[in-house]
Design a protein around this ligand. Structure first.
Ligand SMILES: C[S@@+](CC[C@H](N)C(=O)[O-])C[C@H]1O[C@@H](n2cnc3c(N)ncnc32)[C@H](O)[C@@H]1O
Length: 262
């Protein structure tokens, strides 16, 4: 298990099929006739990169991530592919190469300053190419909201850094329209509410444990606190995800999709 940089490939891949589906949906909507070079930003363990390699089998596909554990897992499954260990913002500011498709599934919510980042990412796209991005946008779903409420309630508030834990940086979809429309020839935006069918409320905690809950647990020092926070969070979310007669629960998970053609 890799916890040095907070990302745990095994925890993340517990829901590999649910997490990869939006990636298929995004890649499936990219309408480009000639795709030779693709980069997958925040490629994680390489599951999204694999989708891109299957969709454009003749393209050269690279993956970039700032987690050594994720890049190592990706490299083990495809040693022949180009894997870059670097932060997205740093890459966007300094890289001097361009791609037919700059792609990112479920990663840019962790990167700040989208007003600077997105124009820079577009500069990494060849004229005639595209930037394609998917980010979660369900800030007000109970699963998302209640972890923040719990962390800011006594006694937990004193156990977290005063500046809080890293948050998603996703803005309203109108912000991305205003930012990208003047710089592109066409835009394709949509939102989807995925309804993940999970075995029980405990699985919802597992789900968030691979992503949004991770910074909260990383910020807590003792194993006892991590366990206590997780169990209080579970009891808070339980009433919002009542079991169906077969015991399973539905987890609504809204996501935003942006394809910007240069
Ligand atoms: C939720 S995973 C997404 C993985 C994969 N793209 C997918 O579709 O399943 C988010 C990934 O973004 C990476 N990440 C987060 N912040 C990053 C940054 N600033 N630069 C590069 N990668 C970052 C994390 O290490 C993690 O692997």
């Amino acid at each position: 298990m890799n916890r040095k940089d907070g990302w745990d490939p095994r925890q993340y891949l517990k829901f590999a099929s649910e997490r990869t589906r939006p990636c298929h949906d995004l890649a499936g909507h990219v309408s480009l006739s000639d795709v030779r070079r693709v980069i997958d930003l925040g490629c994680g363990p390489g599951n999204s990169t694999e989708v891109l390699a299957s969709r454009w089998p003749r393209a050269e596909v690279a993956g970039l991530d700032n987690s050594a554990g994720m890049i190592e897992t990706a490299r083990q499954s495809h040693p022949d592919r180009r894997w870059i260990l670097q932060g997205v913002a740093d890459w966007a500011a300094t890289a001097d190469e361009q791609f037919d498709l700059v792609f990112s599934n479920a990663a840019l919510q962790w990167v700040g300053d989208h007003d600077v980042l997105f124009p820079r990412l577009l500069e990494r796209v060849v004229p005639g190419g595209a930037l394609a991005v998917q980010m979660p946008c369900g800030f007000n779903t109970p699963g998302q909201r209640l972890m923040h409420e719990l962390a800011t309630s006594p006694p937990w508030v004193h156990k977290f850094p005063s500046e809080g834990v890293p948050q998603w940086h996703v803005r309203d979809i109108n912000f991305y329209y205003d930012l990208l429309a003047p710089r592109t020839v066409a835009l394709d935006f949509w939102k989807t509410d995925y309804l993940h069918i999970l075995p029980n409320a405990e699985a919802i905690v597992e789900w968030y444990g691979g992503t949004a809950l991770r910074p909260f647990l990383d910020a807590l020092e003792s194993a006892a606190d991590k366990e206590q926070f997780t169990s209080e969070y579970l009891e808070l979310i339980r009433p919002y995800y009542p079991p169906h007669p077969d015991g399973r629960v539905l987890l609504p998970f809204p996501r935003m999709f942006l394809i910007a053609y240069r």
